[in-house]
Design a binder for this molecule. Structure first.
Ligand code: XMP
Length: 511
């Protein structure tokens, strides 16, 4: 299988680049610049290398650099943004602050001549720029291939050595012909074939685990989320009865969710599916607790305790399976970003338990690929296309203390919101949408009587990667219907507000 290396220099779009390459049918892997050497690149057989962007300036002492030998490996390179400047720097060119200061946003790109990188791209098109430095003098052997008003060298190339750089971001959708540029690089310049298909991935993965896990007893913690569900369906195909899935229902799920999980997996796994109803236990632990981080910690720990107890009842278990996906692997490797929230996943399971082996069948896949695989496996669309749901569930969507009464209110309000949004067909366009219950009570009036009830907040965000998100401009008519239905149908909620904060400064969840 042909592979492209995405060499990460700290850019915010590194995952997007890899996803775009994979969407074109070519397998792409991300490595931090410090974690792979030129020898490593050669031995792993990459057909091409993409240097990502990054927030630095190449002349800053602390900026990420790379061994210049990479340019002589005979492997084509495409540098993007900072990667473009780094390529110029490594090849002996000059970088300087951009003539007109920073250039940010949509810009007209002009391409005078026919480079293989720009095949099929018109002479004038729109690209997305975001930079303060620029290539001032191209290195020897390179030619300028494109420019904008304020950036004379918006692209350069050394056709002989197959080294290319673009100052703009071909991976973002605002760049009109970005996909064409990436495909030109991957297919035309690197000569890759499009052999990364989910159907094949499925067959190969099932075959691998059938071979490796034959006769073993495999345990998987099922949360009902997309990742653990797809991992379960896949492993079930590989090891059949050897798989047991434990679904810890902590009572913090959305309306109907626990039953959907039970229906889907109960049928598939028969005796291999165990649902543990632990709602009372979680509520007891959460009684009186209002601090968000403490709530998260309690839910995470309790989850592990319940899971351990159930596992102990099952007797011998050889393998613990987890629904870890590629972004989890990359994120945990980065390790230098601040902890904003302690995310709890079923993935981060028991340290105290001992297993011969951990199986992570999805660890090479992005979320959209996991969803595709889930569909190949015949899982219901409502499960596979589910929007993300935090491990601690409604526990972090109820501000303050979690009680049974509040959970019931929130489940109903959230179901109304989801139903209305789905009936408008907006569910696949909005990245995430849900209701949260605030701990504020407010005065209202209903049928001539005074009411005093909770304020419910609606949240809908548009996002590519959940690292940043903007609040979605939902139609007023929809908001009006949702508000009216919630206040009429959900006793205890007397006021509905719409959250118009983006991330940053807010986060997606309320806690
Ligand atoms: P925040 O609130 O951090 O959320 O902006 C970003 C995305 O992550 C989800 N999220 C979680 N997912 N365990 C998870 O598996 C968690 O503890 C958790 N907290 C937030 C959130 O729903 C959003 O999609």
């Amino acid at each position: 299988m042909d592979k492209i290396l995405v060499l990460d220099f700290g850019g915010q779009y590194d995952q997007l680049i890899a996803r775009r390459v994979r969407a074109a049918g070519v397998y792409a892997e991300i490595e931090r610049y410090g974690s792979i050497s030129c020898e490593g690149i050669l031995s792993r057989g990459f057909r091409g290398i993409i240097f990502t962007g990054g927030p630095n300036s190449v002349y800053a002492g602390s900026s990420p650099k790379y061994d210049a030998k990479v340019l002589g490996l005979g492997i084509p390179v495409l540098g993007i943004c900072y990667g473009h400047q780094l390529l110029a720097y490594l090849a002996g060119g000059t970088i300087a602050p951009a003539q007109s200061g920073s250039e940010y946003g949509r810009t007209e790109l002009r391409i005078p001549g026919g480079s293989p990188l720009f095949q099929g791209v018109p002479e004038k098109s729109v690209c997305w720029m975001s930079h303060s430095d620029a290539v001032a003098a191209v290195p020897e052997g390179f030619e300028t291939l494109a420019g904008t008003d304020s950036c004379p060298c918006a692209a350069m190339g050394d056709e002989k050595r197959k080294l290319y750089g673009v100052q703009f971001h071909p991976e973002v959708t605002h760049t009109e012909y970005g996909e064409t540029v990436l495909k030109n690089f991957v297919f035309g310049i690197c000569g890759c074939s499009a052999d990364w298909r989910m159907g094949d991935v499925l067959e190969q993965t099932v075959e691998k685990y059938r071979r490796e896990l034959s006769g073993q007893r495999v345990l998987l913690g099922l949360s009902g989320g997309v990742d653990s569900s797809v991992a379960a369906a896949l492993l079930q195909r590989a090891v059949g009865d050897g798989l047991t899935c434990v679904f810890v229902d902590h009572g913090l799920l959305r309306k109907g969710e626990g039953d959907l999980v039970e229906k889907t997996f109960g049928e598939r796994l028969g005796k291999g599916f165990v649902r543990v109803d632990a709602q009372e236990r979680f509520l007891r632990k959460l009684r009186g607790v209002t601090d968000p981080e403490t709530k998260r910690r309690i839910i995470g720990e309790e989850f592990i305790r319940v899971f351990e107890e159930e596992a102990a009842k099952l007797g011998r278990i050889d393998v613990l399976a987890q629904g870890t996906i590629y972004p989890d692997v990359i994120e945990s490797g980065k390790g230098d970003s601040a902890v904003i929230k302690s995310h709890h996943n079923v993935g981060g399971l028991p340290e105290r338990m001992s297993f011969g082996r951990i199986a992570e069948p999805l660890r090479e896949l992005f979320k959209d690929e996991v969803r595709e695989l889930g569909e190949e496996l015949g899982l219901p669309r409502e499960l596979v296309r589910r929007q993300p749901f935090p491990g601690p569930g409604l526990g972090v969507r109820i501000v303050g203390e979690v009680t049974n009464e509040k959970l019931d209110m929130l489940r109903e309000a959230d179901a109304v919101f989801r139903e209305e949004l789905e009936s408008e067909g907006l569910n696949e366009q909005v990245g995430q949408y849900f209701a949260a219950l605030t701990d504020t009570k407010s005065v209202g009036v209903m049928g001539d009587a005074r009411t005093y009830g909770y304020v419910c907040a609606l949240r809908a965000v548009t996002t590519d990667d959940f690292m940043t998100a903007s609040w979605t401009h939902l139609p007023y008519g929809l908001l009006e219907r949702v508000s009216s239905r919630i206040t009429n149908e959900v006793p205890g909620i007397t006021r509905v507000v719409y959250d118009i904060t983006s991330k940053p400064p807010a986060t997606v969840e309320w806690e």
